[in-house]
Design a protein around this ligand. Structure first.
Ligand code: AMP
Length: 215
């Protein structure tokens, strides 16, 4: 299975992707996580990406496409993969299509997580991320067992700098301007399935799994 999770920031892509990747035994490829790892490690890519991420803007396509191309060369992707946060615009979608065509690999399915704006704002403003393993929590919806400590690995939880109100607004604008066009792009390829993502995470996961079984 090779699939993409689409949807605005706050739709729950990261949460869904982690659960689905585990259940379906897929490599979870989050371009946001890969970029944050590069920023934390102080690599050249991280240095170039940092400013765009802080402003809620997309990191330039060439940097992201190269990073994705390298990630797809890793062994664990042979069992199948799930993209979370990639592609983010038409150019990236076309570059992914070209990459898959060269490798004679089929994309099976694109799930669009459809979330309403009040839910998005509520989720992002209370989101806590683990600096160590990348797990997500929420102050109200999914609080960690111990305040500020990750249930999974004991790492410290923090608020992502791009989850601040002003940056969230910018990220939503960028989504509408650049990423939303991918819904039509994948609909035309007959790959798109839409799922309402306003509900609890386990309900959304069940809905996605049921859709995948029908395929
Ligand atoms: P995310 O964790 O998916 O919300 O991504 C956080 C930030 O990383 C985004 O706001 C962008 O600045 C950057 N980013 C993540 N994925 C991409 C991508 N596919 N293309 C460009 N920038 C990206």
């Amino acid at each position: 299975m090779r699939m993409i999770l689409l949807g605005p920031p706050g739709a729950g892509k990261g949460t869904q992707a982690k659960i689905l990747a585990k259940k379906l035994n897929l490599a979870h490829i989050s371009t946001g996580d890969l970029l944050r790892q590069n920023v934390a490690a102080g690599t050249e890519l991280g240095r170039q990406a940092n400013d765009y991420m802080h402003k809620g803007l997309l990191v330039p396509d060439e940097l992201v496409s190269e990073m994705v191309g390298n990630r797809l060369k890793e062994r664990d992707t042979e069992k199948g993969w799930l993209f979370d946060g990639y592609p983010r615009n038409l150019k990236q979608a076309e570059s992914l299509d070209a990459l898959l065509e060269r490798g004679k690999i089929d994309l099976d399915c694109v799930i669009d997580l459809d979330a309403s704006e009040p839910v998005i704002i509520q989720r992002l403003s209370g989101r806590l991320a683990c600096g160590n393993c990348g797990a997500n929590f929420h102050i109200k919806n999914m609080p960690p067992r111990k305040p500020e400590i990750c249930d999974n690995c004991g790492g410290r939880l923090y608020q992502r700098p791009d989850d601040k109100e002003e940056t969230v607004k910018k990220r939503l604008e960028v989504y509408k301007k650049e990423t939303a066009a991918l819904i039509e792009y994948y609909r035309k390829q007959n790959k798109l399935q839409r799922v309402s993502a306003d509900l609890e995470p386990d309900i959304v996961v069940d809905k996605i799994l049921r859709l995948l079984k029908k395929k």
